[in-house]
Design a protein around this ligand. Structure first.
Ligand SMILES: C[S@@+](CC[C@H](N)C(=O)[O-])C[C@H]1O[C@@H](n2cnc3c(N)ncnc32)[C@H](O)[C@@H]1O
Length: 320
């Protein structure tokens, strides 16, 4: 296993400020995307008596996480689950848990890009895989590239990658896979590179970046899982609890914005959207961590029942 490097947690200060501001000393937190544990350990630093329930669907992140939790002396107060966060609400309900704060820091970690053998990066040749959850997900990037119809491929590259040259890329993929299966990241990178007009092949962003991102989103069903889970997580907040979501893709941010709006419209009196516009990292953070440049943070709060119509609030509490 490629070891986890020292890692910048995106918008760390902002997330921790939002989620600790009104929380008690013995706050209960949930981290839906443990990764290298940056946000999770930051909760413990800010609130040493807190308890954190954390999740990562990637078994490497999970194994590494258990070691980190152990070496930092947090085995009694951080519990880590190797599951997809869409399954967390059920676990929390079974355990009768409610939270003062929940964080989601979406997508893959820099560790995924650095572990070439996982197929997320085209910097080295590796099998076209891109699964975060190798044990339960059977859909790989290789299956998509070789088996999906041209319409499906075009939709994925265009919608998830906003790729202008989707049509040409798909035409070239189809021609190539008729001759032989496309197996590696480098083979795919080469096809995409040559699908770009010559004068656009050497710009700031590599031609394969968008298509690789689109495939990753499809492999891991990232948008569907997010959409299904946000309202359920909101339902797990205590009175006064907050849900903070960091997204890196415009479609993800759109889902977060819409789901938050739906929650608000259903229960105007008891819900506050704390970020009218998403917060984004400042120049300093972007210069230290290039990956943070597309990050957007949105935060929503379940208001405590100290105001509004108490009867309505009790009914609302029962329903959420
Ligand atoms: C951006 S990283 C999180 C970094 C972390 N906040 C930190 O500071 O170290 C995202 C992590 O979430 C995990 N992940 C992404 N989608 C997930 C999902 N649906 N369920 C569980 N884990 C997920 C990925 O495997 C990855 O390790």
């Amino acid at each position: 296993m490629n070891s986890y490097k020292e890692h910048y947690s995106v918008l760390n200060k902002e997330v921790i400020d939002f989620l600790t501001e009104n929380a008690p000393d013995e706050a209960v937190y949930a981290d839906m995307t443990f990764g290298a544990g940056g946000h999770c350990f930051a909760f413990k630093k800010a609130k040493p008596n807190s308890r954190v329930y954390a999740v990562d669907q990637d078994s490497e992140a999970f194994r590494n996480g258990l070691e980190l939790i152990n070496s930092q002396g947090y085995t009694d107060s951080i519990e880590l689950f190797n599951i997809n966060f869409q399954n967390f609400p059920q676990i929390a309900q079974e355990k009768d848990l409610l939270f003062d704060g929940i964080v989601m820091d979406l997508g893959v970690s820099s560790h995924h890009f650095d572990s070439f053998e996982r197929g997320f990066s085209f910097r080295e040749s590796a099998p076209l895989d891109m699964r975060m959850d190798i044990s339960n997900n059977e859909l790989t990037a290789k299956k998509i590239v070789n088996d999906y119809s041209s319409e499906e491929l075009e939709r994925i590259f265009f919608e998830y990658g906003e790729e202008k040259f989707s049509k040409t890329i798909v035409k070239n993929i189809l021609e190539s896979r008729e001759r032989k299966e496309i197996e590696t990241t480098k083979e795919l990178e080469d096809i995409i590179f040559h699908s770009y007009p010559k004068k656009m092949r050497h710009g700031k962003t590599h031609p394969a970046t968008k298509a690789f991102q689109a495939l990753r989103i499809e492999v891991n069903k990232e948008l569907e899982v997010l959409e299904k889970t946000l309202q359920k997580l909101f339902g797990l907040l205590k009175d006064g609890g907050r849900l903070a979501v960091i997204s890196f893709h415009s479609l993800e941010d759109r889902i977060v914005k819409h789901e938050f709006k739906k929650i608000y419209q259903n229960n105007r009196e008891f819900v506050k959207i704390l970020t009218k516009r998403p917060l984004q990292p400042g120049d300093m953070e972007i210069s230290e961590n290039k990956r943070s440049r597309s990050a957007k943070l949105r935060v929503i709060e379940k208001n405590h029942g100290g105001f509004g119509d108490q009867k309505k609030y009790k009914k609302y509490k029962k329903e959420t």
